[in-house]
Each structure stands twice: as C-alpha cells, then as structure tokens.
Design a protein around this ligand. Structure first.
Ligand code: CP
Ligand code: NVA
Length: 301
C-alpha cells in the first residue's frame, strides 16, 4: 500500500472525511471528559514551519501529546532546510526518524515534492494554495452548531486565497453550494473553478453572494508572504468587509467563520468577530480535535 498523505481535501474520500469529522466530535467529548486514551506512545510528529503559526503549532503539538506521542518543532530558520538542503533529502532523512510529518510552507509544489520522497504520511499545514486542516475544523464546527452541511449554501467573501481554494474542494467533498465574492484580480485558482462549476459560483457582489447563505466566511486580505501588498489590498478590498449589515442578507441562523488571525475592521468588523454568538473560537479550538482525528487516521492507515 502506498503511503497516505493529506495535502488537499481530495486526498481522502467523501466517506473518510465524513467519518473523520464524526471522530473529531467524539475525540472532543473524550477530551472534555478527561478520557484521552493515548493510543500512540512513542509515535513522533515532525513539524516543519517555514511560516509563522499560533493555532497550527499548538493544536498539532498538544494533539500529539494527547495521543500519547510527541512532536518536534522544526523551524526552517534552525534546520538545514533553511540553508538550502534539498527538500528530497530532508524528506528522506526526516521520514526515517519520525512517524508523521506536518509541513507549512510557501509553494504547494514544495510539499508535493516532500511527500513524494517521504516514507511516512505528510500533512499540509498550509501552503500558498491550500489549508485543508483548517477546513476539517470548519466542517466540525458547522456540524456541531447546525448539523450536516450537505445541501447548504456557503459564502466566501474576500480574497481567493489558500482558504478559498480549500473551500472549493470542501464544496465538492462535503456536498454544498459555494458562492464566492471577490474583487476582480483576486480570484481563486481557475482550474478549481472550472472543475467545480456545478456547485461553485464566482461573483463580484458580496450582498448577492451572501443572500440566503447558511455560513459566511472570510480571511485576511493579505496572507503570509503578501505583507508588502497590504496597503494596496486594503484599497482593492474596500466594500468586501463582513459585518452585521452584510450578515442580514444571510439566513437568520447563518454562522460566521474566520480561520484567524483576524484584522478587526478590515475583512471583518470588530463587532461581528466579538459577538457573543461568534463561533470563531470554537472553530479555532476544533483545530485540535480535527487534527487528532486526522493523525489517528493517518497513523492507522
Ligand atoms: N488558522 C491558522 O492556521 O492559524 P495559525 O496561522 O495561527 O496557525
Ligand atoms: N490565508 C492566510 C491564512 C492564515 C491561517 C495566510 O495564508 O496567511
């Protein structure tokens, strides 16, 4: 059997993803009852970070501890990867010493090459193109608050970035309609749009995209690596803020999500983010539970 990786949501079947979300809900309950079973003593997760992180690092590290194993934080600043050791060599060496490897990097092609040379499962912890782990947490959060997302209408407002691309894959794998509102020049990957025409619509008007929606999501207008474009992007995205007024066009019980970190009063109003009903904090916590389910799945596969 070839090694299973999780580079995008398409690496797991619809059934595997649905089971994984159920398992995440179950693992969360077990953790809340202080009944973690620690099934993987001596298993080691290598965590390669070429970009910053709060949620991803903590959730993987804490998650691996709950599962009975341990995690090693590998910043590109301190490893030979950062000094130019080839990805292929790094993947071969690391995967002889650890049981799972999580990578956060820039070009998606880099993690694909890393996975090609790794003997153990590789998890995408964010690339410029995709952030599939965040989608596991988002799907868990929707299910916990509103039940199945199948057949629902979901709205993405803002940049057609790594999160937006992952939402297109999620629309396909979890069977929902996705409306994307982004300014011209900031569209998600065109091949993904072309492959998912039956359930994904690209629009320019945030109000039209939000009408009758069950879930509205946004993300920063300037992702990691785009810091120099921050000012220009703020101008380009004027009118694309998600706030209480925009949410009035969605269904009354629509949820708002944001993967965080958020920039208050830019892509989301401070009032909406800090609303007492906001599920963004559950969404962040669910990174822990969803990734425990993912690591369990990959270690057992
Ligand atoms: N949402 C997310 O991936 O957060 P971090 O960048 O803090 O890991
Ligand atoms: N789109 C953002 C997500 C951060 C978790 C970025 O890539 O920086």
């Amino acid at each position: 059997m070839s090694t299973r990786h999780f580079l995008t949501l398409l690496d797991l079947s619809k059934k595997e993803l649905a089971d994984l979300i159920d398992r995440a809900v179950e693992l969360k309950a077990l953790h809340q009852q202080e009944s973690d079973s620690s099934p993987f003593p001596n298993k080691v997760l290598g965590m390669v970070f070429e970009k910053s992180s709060t949620r991803t690092r903590i959730s993987f590290e804490a998650g691996m501890t709950h599962l009975g194993g341990s995690a090693i934080f590998l910043s590109s600043r301190d490893t030979q990867l950062g000094r130019g050791e080839p990805i292929e060599d790094s993947a071969r060496v690391m995967s002889r010493m650890v049981d799972l490897i999580m990578v956060r990097t820039f070009e998606h092609e880099k993690i694909q090459r890393f996975a090609e040379y790794s003997k153990v499962p590789v998890i995408n912890a964010l690339t410029d193109d995709y952030h599939p782990c965040q989608l596991l947490a988002d799907m868990q959060t929707f299910v916990e608050h509103r039940g199945s997302i199948e057949g629902k209408t979901v709205t993405w407002v803002g940049d057609g970035n790594n999160m937006c691309n992952s939402y297109i894959n999620a629309a396909r794998q979890f069977n929902f309609e996705l409306k994307i509102a982004c300014p011209e020049g900031f569209d998600p990957m065109s091949s993904l749009l072309a492959d998912n025409k039956d359930r994904v619509q690209l629009m320019r008007d945030p109000i039209a995209a939000t009408r009758d929606s069950d879930l509205v999501i946004t993300d920063t207008w300037a992702s990691m690596g785009q810091e120099d474009e921050k000012r220009a992007r703020e101008e380009a995205f004027a009118g694309f803020q998600v706030n209480h007024e925009l949410m009035t066009y969605a269904h009354n019980d629509a949820l708002f999500m944001h993967c965080l970190p958020a920039y208050r009063d830019l892509e989301v109003s401070a009032k909406l983010l800090d609303d007492e009903d906001s599920v963004v904090w559950d969404e962040a916590e669910n990174r822990l539970h969803a990734q425990k389910a993912l690591m369990e799945f990959l270690l057992e596969s």
